[in-house]
Design a protein around this ligand. Structure first.
Ligand code: HEC
Length: 183
């Protein structure tokens, strides 16, 4: 029995030591522009959803999804989020494949978590990803507006859709995607 326990302990230490060796000697690929493997996406994505579910404050969205609130949210979105998450002009952000993990493209893959999770994620960002924490840049009002907006991107009223489409991409330096990739 003693030998068995010792064997288990040695195996655990060897696994941890091996992992640290691999990581600390530059053997982990740290490039952002390679596709994350399926298993890693599955585990990390699950951990992120579970963390938001567990830690997001149990608050209800104070804003009803009126056209005014959705239009205000669309403006926040175009100014701060479209660059990575896409907009009517570029439904797939030219930066989509420049992140690891990839930012979801909300024009085709709407944010499907509840408002309180989206509020929490927008406030605090996502560790080890390109998703910034916005709480020091946007007011609480702005954050609720954009959360209301991304929660309704699939079924926007026509007047909001028109404003969103018209305003298009922010004039910021968003490069158009290169037609061919020269990796
Ligand atoms: C610089 C790029 C960038 C910007 C700008 C950005 N995001 Fe993100 N966002 C990301 C990335 C990358 C992820 C994916 C992180 C992950 O999967 O762990 C993400 C994930 C999210 C998620 C989680 C979605 C889901 O269903 O998994 C939400 C919600 C979100 N972003 C909202 C916003 C909002 C709102 C804004 C604007 C205020 C914004 N993001 C601006 C890069 C960005």
């Amino acid at each position: 029995m003693k030998a068995f326990i010792l064997g288990v302990l040695i195996t655990i230490v060897a696994l941890i030591g091996g992992g640290l060796f691999v990581a600390e000697t530059g053997r982990v690929d740290m490039r952002a522009d390679v596709p994350p493997p399926q298993f890693e996406r599955h585990i990390a994505g699950g951990a992120m959803d579970a963390s938001a579910d567990r830690n997001a404050p149990k608050v209800t969205n104070p804003l009803p999804p009126t056209s005014d609130n959705l239009i205000a949210g669309a403006k926040v979105y175009l100014d701060h989020c479209a660059l990575c998450h896409g907009d009517p002009v570029r439904p797939h952000s030219p930066l989509e494949e420049s992140f690891y993990p990839r930012p979801p493209q909300f024009m085709s893959d709407a944010a499907d978590m509840g408002d309180q999770d989206n509020y929490y994620i927008t406030q605090h960002g996502i560790r080890w990803s390109g998703m910034p924490a916005w709480k020091d840049v946007l007011s609480d009002q702005d954050i609720w507006e954009v959360v209301t907006f991304i929660g309704h991107m699939n079924n926007l009223p026509l007047d909001v859709k028109a404003v969103f489409a018209l305003q298009g991409a922010p004039p910021a330096a968003v490069p158009t995607k290169k037609p061919t990739k020269n990796r």
